[in-house]
Design a protein around this ligand. Structure first.
Ligand code: C5P
Length: 407
């Protein structure tokens, strides 16, 4: 049965991972509610989850087989754990226990649920539920923060009477709130709804050996601000990010990478897109061969590093013969001759717009890592100078320009 009113869940596929908490029973109702809205649900039931609900009741409601075992030969033949983790539009863990969250943070894959979570290339949402002391524990709070940084969407628990008899924060969000969170995820509204935008952000790390790397200075703040601003206008945003200290923007799919080669591969895997915005400070070079062991100091002898050029992601996306985004935007940090240099870069890279940072006026250090940016927008139509503004404001202005471009 589907609801009369159109739901953004219609036609979407959910992989529901039911963890071992007393609130697992709420998932039975959740399955019914999302199925009413036209969603298909596949379920992984953890060993803990099985203590609270049975595979039979879950399958009875979902109309699909319930998966429980990583090493089940029949399951693996019918539906390998990798396929299970990928053939979904969204993965929801409910209830997410403290233990499950800790495993996710550590990247532990010791059962079907944790393996699927590590193998998935789809957005992940978690709805934690536990005793309030466990929820408030420094370790759990640290884990929640890290999971958010890793791009996982957290549906916070609510406060009230807990099954253990205590009162406090830790109750699984109500079923209608879980449904609303799912619907919110799939309902981008706004002028850029239906547009897919790829953004690269942050630095890349080019490993010299297991402990050393080459990188550019970049906080990622400008790229993340652009991701937020475009999502606010309803776009589907894929953020491909080098290492930063920033929290993943809400409802944005973040792919964390380290090197330029990984960033390029992630961009290409994320195509097609309507827009690509390359904000990342990609390292221009890497060593020709990453040393397998730490390079030792050799009595004053300086190691000679053989360098090779990294792929120019902006140029490659701009010249993609089959999948070129309609609009490709690059960034350029300039210290002099800003407009002319940026125009030359526009041609050289083959992109449509260049946002030129003036890193000479506010000294270089404060643009890179600071909260403000002074930019010019260079397009085929000419150059437009924007006042020095907060990076969030620069992002909003750029997002509005993109909105105009598509209307
Ligand atoms: O050539 P330059 O590094 O000045 O160009 C800056 C622009 O090109 C930025 O948009 C940056 O994200 C992008 N770029 C890239 N891949 C590289 C180098 C730069 O995408 N290897």
């Amino acid at each position: 049965m589907t609801l009369e009113t159109h739901s953004s869940l219609e036609g979407k596929r959910l992989l529901l991972i039911i963890g071992g908490g007393i609130a697992a029973y709420k998932c039975l109702d959740l399955i019914r509610r999302v199925k009413e809205r036209g969603m298909t649900v596949r379920t992984i039931l953890t060993k803990g989850g099985e203590q609270f609900v049975t595979p039979l009741s879950v399958s009875g409601l979902s109309g699909e087989k319930t998966y429980t075992d990583l090493f089940s030969l029949t399951d693996e033949v019918e539906m390998g754990h990798i396929r299970l983790s990928r053939e979904a539009d969204l993965v929801l863990v409910a209830p997410a226990t403290a233990d499950m969250m800790a495993k996710m943070v550590a990247g532990i894959a010791d059962n079907l649920a944790t393996t699927a979570l590590l193998a998935t290339d789809k957005p992940v949402m978690i709805a934690p539920s536990m005793n309030s002391r466990m929820w408030e524990h420094a370790a759990t709070q640290r884990n929640v923060k890290q999971l958010q940084k890793d791009g996982i969407h957290v549906i916070n628990p609510t406060s009230g009477d807990l099954a253990c008899g205590e009162v406090g924060a830790g109750r699984l969000a109500e079923v209608e709130d879980l449904v609303a969170a799912l619907e919110g995820f799939f309902t981008p509204t706004g002028p850029l709804a239906g547009r897919h935008i790829i953004i690269t952000a942050g630095p890349t790390y080019e490993a010299i050996d297991p402990v050393r790397y080459i990188a550019n200075r970049s906080s990622g703040k400008q790229g993340y601000a652009i991701a937020r601003a475009l999502r606010e206008l309803g776009a589907k945003v894929s953020l491909i990010s080098g290492p930063t200290n920033l929290d993943a923007p809400k409802n944005v799919t973040v792919t964390n990478i380290e090197s330029a080669n990984e960033m390029l591969a992630a961009c290409q895997n994320t195509l097609p897109a309507d827009v690509a915005i390359c904000v990342a400070a990609v390292a221009d070079w890497r060593t020709s061969q990453e040393a397998a062991q730490k390079i030792k100091k050799q009595g004053g002898q300086i190691p000679a590093l053989q360098m090779v050029e990294n792929p120019d992601i902006l140029k490659i996306l701009s010249n993609d013969a089959t999948n070129r985004p309609t609009l490709v935007v690059g960034f350029a940090a300039e210290t002099e001759n800003i407009s002319n240099n940026a125009k030359a870069k526009l041609k050289r890279k083959g992109c449509d717009w260049i946002v030129a940072n003036d890193v000479s006026t506010t000294d270089g250090q404060s643009v890179m890592g600071g909260d403000h940016n002074r930019v010019s927008l260079i397009t085929a139509a000419g150059a437009e100078e924007w006042d020095n503004a907060h990076k969030d404001e620069v992002a909003r202005r750029l997002a509005q320009k993109i909105e105009k471009h598509f209307t």
